[in-house]
Design a protein around this ligand. Structure first.
Ligand code: B12
Ligand code: SF4
Ligand code: SF4
Length: 357
């Protein structure tokens, strides 16, 4: 794989400087256009939604008309400035310990990256007062990986993630949509795949079969969806496949040979634990009110699951990892006023072989 990074033209050295001041060095520029790539990507996206792969993430359907058309978000948008922020840390979790996906060990990246991008947007707006600059990360209707690969900061791996030559796939993405024309950076690896030709490791490791084939994900089966996005009950037939994943899943990145050269992040907000890699199930199952939950997980990505979601996940992990020591607590949760938590606790007790009648 090439180690070449996207090269910003000399004209745009101001960009390198203003993003660099915020510690954002993996930077590329994509043109906001109606070219054939955008049309193809939009068609693929519509087909993906129509196939039902988005599960209950209905907002993805609502976003369809905007995803590849940034001018629907910022009228007259001409360029999309994309950044990637490395969050990689080494895992030290033992087998059977509950696991949290790496991006969620520390502080919520939406705040971390969002604030920095807003500062950059303000600074650019001062320099170019005739133009508009809108910062975004994740929660916008734009296809961030698409604009990421168009801007040259990485390419799409068969696990569907954006992979950079320098950091692998351990990146969160964000950017700024603007009316100003900046010269686009040429994708260093081509916009379409550069995985080793015969590698299928990510597809083979996926415990739920969510990776249907190269570049194709059925999100409704992905552990990340089941433990973070899905509200309500986790389909019982998929619960055993969650293994010890309490929140998110990193398996298709951990096996990826292109992540072999990943470097530990220097970002203090990622390094300082909020939820940490392996929060004890006993602590989680002991949370009895939403207030307690909010106090424990404020500022952490785990807050997104809410008490219902996280306790639901904790029950499943307890069942999958044979946690008989939690039986008493699970009995209490099986009488929880939240019906979803109560049902999952009963399921776990049954899996562990306790009489729940
Ligand atoms: C919905 C969503 C999810 C869903 C669906 C994931 C998915 N792969 O689409 C779920 C909940 C499962 C999920 C999980 C995760 N997510 Co997520 N998620 C998003 C979100 C909000 C939208 C993505 C989306 O629209 N997906 C729908 C699909 C159809 O979109 P797409 O892949 O862009 O579509 C293209 C491909 O299908 C492609 N295609 C089809 N055939 C072919 C063939 C070839 C050769 C190629 C190249 C492409 C290709 O064409 C489509 C159009 O371009 C984005 C943020 C954003 N606003 O973009 C974050 C985002 C993608 N997630 C992110 C992360 C970190 C994760 C997790 C790693 C979290 C975790 N550890 O648990 C996992 C990874 C799971 C995985 N293997 O993808 C990061 C990805 C960073 C990166 N390096 O790529 C993003 C960008 C958030 C961010 N701001 O950083 N996520
Ligand atoms: S994150 Fe986990 S469940 Fe989702 S596609 Fe990757 S390996 Fe499969
Ligand atoms: S595991 Fe192999 S096929 Fe999957 S993304 Fe990494 S290099 Fe590509």
């Amino acid at each position: 794989m090439s180690t070449q990074q996207p090269v910003l033209s000399a004209l745009d050295s101001h960009l390198t400087e203003v993003f660099g001041r915020q510690g954002l060095s993996l930077l590329g520029v994509a043109a906001a256009d109606t070219g054939s790539e955008a049309i193809r990507a939009s068609t693929e996206y519509d087909a993906w939604i129509a196939a039902g792969y988005a599960g209950e993430m209905r907002y993805l359907q609502r976003h369809a008309p905007i995803k590849y058309r940034p001018w629907m978000l910022v009228p007259d948008c001409r360029s999309v400035l994309m950044v990637g922020l490395n969050y990689y840390r080494r895992s030290s979790a033992a087998a059977h310990q509950p696991r949290v996906a790496r991006y969620a060990w520390g502080r919520d990246y939406h705040r971390l990256l969002g604030k920095r991008l807003q500062r950059v947007a303000r600074s650019l707006a001062q320099r170019f007062p005739a133009d508009r600059f809108r910062a975004f990360t994740d929660a916008v209707p734009l296809a961030e990986r698409y604009f990421g690969r168009q801007s040259g900061i990485g390419f799409t791996g068969r696990n569907t993630l954006l992979i950079s030559a320098e950091y692998g796939s351990w990146l969160v993405l964000g950017g700024i949509a603007t009316t100003r024309v900046f010269s686009p950076t040429a994708p260093p690896c081509g916009s379409r795949g550069a995985c080793p030709p015969r590698c299928r490791k990510c597809i083979e490791v996926c415990p739920t079969g969510a990776l249907l084939g190269p570049y194709r994900i059925d999100a409704s089966r992905c552990i990340s969806y089941l433990t973070i996005e899905l509200r309500g009950s986790i389909p019982p037939q998929l619960r055993p496949a969650l293994g010890s994943w309490l929140f998110g899943c990193d398996l298709c990145q951990e096996v990826c040979p292109l992540n072999a050269r990943a470097r530990v992040t220097a970002e203090q907000d990622f390094l300082r634990d909020r939820a940490g890699e392996s929060p004890p199930l006993r602590d989680i199952l002991g949370i009895t009110t939403d207030e307690q939950f909010r106090a424990r997980f404020a500022g952490s990505p785990l807050a997104r699951a809410g008490r219902q979601g996280l306790l639901r996940n904790a029950c499943v992990v307890a069942g999958n990892t044979g946690r008989h020591d939690l039986a008493e607590l699970l009995q209490e949760r099986s009488r929880d006023s939240d019906a979803v938590i109560a049902e999952h606790a009963s399921w776990t007790l049954a899996v562990l072989g306790y009489d729940t009648t």
